[in-house]
Design a protein around this ligand. Structure first.
Ligand code: FAD
Length: 476
């Protein structure tokens, strides 16, 4: 008999609930383990930078799994068809274990497939694995869901934390079986996807993820509280792509942070870092409770806002040509490396929605196509926060001033210069507002405004007022 582990956004072999329990299942019932990865046909239509990163990660974990004698079997087609085909080929399959998606498309797929597999007589075992606390675990004392982070976090902190689910890899080898001969087609589809991966990634996979986390916890976390808002400093963990692909388990992150706490004692940086991991759980819960929030404002009174749809301005934002250096440098960062610093995500999201008055959904989708760490819950949460339409959002009257943000969080323009070579020789005095240079200064510093770097496309003071009026018009 055979136990299937259905891998999806949990691309690791350590601290993996489904794999851990599949091994128990195999041990108890004397079954073999088969690792399955499903390739959805929609992937052929949209293959973005995050797919490039993701499939390189699949390749890496598949290689590891091969070493432990549980090679990945790639199945393809519509989910139900793919599994029907699988069950026909391997009738000995008795159970399927997977770590579930609590939100979005994955939630619907998991509900559907659980029902379908059970109807086919297969035992289904599902686990909340992608978060320290799943969507339903952090409840108010009266049983409802929280909508504000601070009380949520208080409750989150008070709950016992799940332990790490260590998989005994030596034992794993005893249960692996190679079914490769049945799955030629799926492997070809996977190889086709790999052929589409054209980027160079230097730190793919579980080993790199663990190293990155250890480096951060031993070298950076102490200064995290003071430095995390300064994009030039590289002071944050940069583990988000690993968490997104499930290369790192959030439980492992939590427990490694606690080990360091034992060493350092209470440290503010560590505490703040852990609270950021809780934000990830919070937004997952918010998306679970508001399943339509990718398409509509959570705050119903703002659902009628008439957002600007000007495509020309949107192009300028996307390409980093707004004339606001911090916004432009941030957009160059996402376009070049598929990742953006948190402070800058807030700045560019605020800029799009409050300075261009543009629909946050456009920005959310742009991030979806350009981030390697794209996580629907955190991204929607971040965008609705910046647009003032979410549950625990920035109030609409507190509009970020992009120039002040730049002066505060990139005081020397170090980050700006990293991504905007046209401003390389512009002195600190003008780096946040280069259009203030005189013509002679523009000549002197090799940056002609309107030619080498754009004029500001909007007047922040004017747009701030318009944004506030737009929201006020929608107040009840
Ligand atoms: P660190 O500061 O080292 O934090 C550690 C981890 O905590 C992160 O990896 C992440 O998993 C979690 N975390 C930190 N801040 C947040 C937050 N505000 N919300 C939720 N989780 C958080 N994060 C994503 O993972 N995917 C997204 O698609 C995403 N989109 C965003 C869009 C906007 C508009 C905003 C404002 C924020 C978004 N974030 C998103 C949250 C945050 O910007 C990133 O998680 C963070 O920048 C990742 O860098 P890091 O790993 O160095 O973070």
């Amino acid at each position: 008999d055979v136990v299937v582990v259905w891998f999806r956004q949990d691309l690791r072999l350590q601290d993996h609930k489904a794999l851990y329990y599949a091994m128990k299942d195999a041990e108890q019932h004397n079954r073999s383990i088969m690792a399955v990865f499903h390739i959805h046909p929609a992937l052929n239509e949209s293959f973005t930078v995050r797919h490039d990163y993701f499939f390189r990660t699949v390749e890496d974990v598949a290689q590891q799994a091969q070493e432990y004698k549980i090679p990945f079997h790639f199945i393809e087609g519509d989910t139900e068809d793919a599994f029907r085909h699988l069950l026909e080929k391997v009738p000995a399959i008795k159970s399927v274990h997977f770590n579930l998606d609590e939100v979005g498309f994955g939630r619907k797929r998991d509900e559907h497939m659980t029902h379908w597999l059970e109807t086919e007589g297969i035992q289904v075992h599902r686990y909340v694995d992608a978060h320290i606390h799943g969507a339903e675990e952090v409840e108010k004392p009266d049983g409802g869901f929280y909508s504000v982070f601070t009380p949520y976090y208080r409750r989150w902190s008070s709950l016992d934390k799940p332990a790490v689910f260590n998989v005994d890899k030596q034992k794993l080898q005893q249960y692996g079986t190679d079914f490769t001969k049945h799955f030629q087609g799926g492997s070809e589809s996977f190889q086709n996807l790999i052929q589409k991966c054209t980027r160079e990634w230097n730190h793919i996979g579980e080993k790199s993820a663990i190293q990155r986390l250890a480096y951060f916890l031993h070298n950076k976390v102490k200064a995290y509280e003071e430095e995390r808002d300064f994009p030039a400093k590289r002071a944050t963990s940069m583990i988000s792509p690993y968490l997104k692909c499930g290369v790192l388990s959030p439980r492992t992150v939590y427990h490694k942070a606690m080990e360091v706490q034992q060493e350092y004692g209470e440290a503010k940086g560590l505490e703040t870092f852990v609270s950021e991991i809780a934000w990830r759980d919070f937004y997952n819960m918010i998306y679970y409770v508001h399943p339509n929030c990718k398409d509509e404002e959570i705050s119903s009174k703002y659902q009628q806002i008439d957002w600007n749809q000007d495509e020309e301005l949107f192009e300028k934002w996307k390409n980093g040509e707004t004339g606001f250096p911090i916004v432009d440098a941030a957009m160059k960062q996402i376009n070049e490396i598929g990742w953006m610093h948190n402070r800058l995500r807030m700045v560019v999201a605020s800029f799009l929605t409050k300075d261009y008055l543009m629909d946050w959904r456009k920005g959310e989708r742009y991030f979806q196509d350009h981030l390697i760490d794209y996580d629907p819950a955190s991204n929607i949460g971040g965008w609705q926060w910046a647009a003032s339409t979410g549950t625990d959002a920035v109030p609409y009257f507190r509009v970020f001033n992009p120039t002040r943000q730049s002066e505060r969080f990139d005081p020397d323009g170090e980050f700006i210069k990293r991504y905007l070579p046209a401003l390389k020789h512009v002195p600190k005095k003008y780096i946040h507002e280069p259009s203030k240079m005189t013509e002679a200064e523009q000549e002197k510093y090799g940056c002609i405004i309107g030619k080498d770097y754009p004029e500001p496309t909007v007047d922040h003071k004017v747009m701030r007022k318009k944004a506030i009026a737009m929201f006020e018009g929608n107040e009840e």
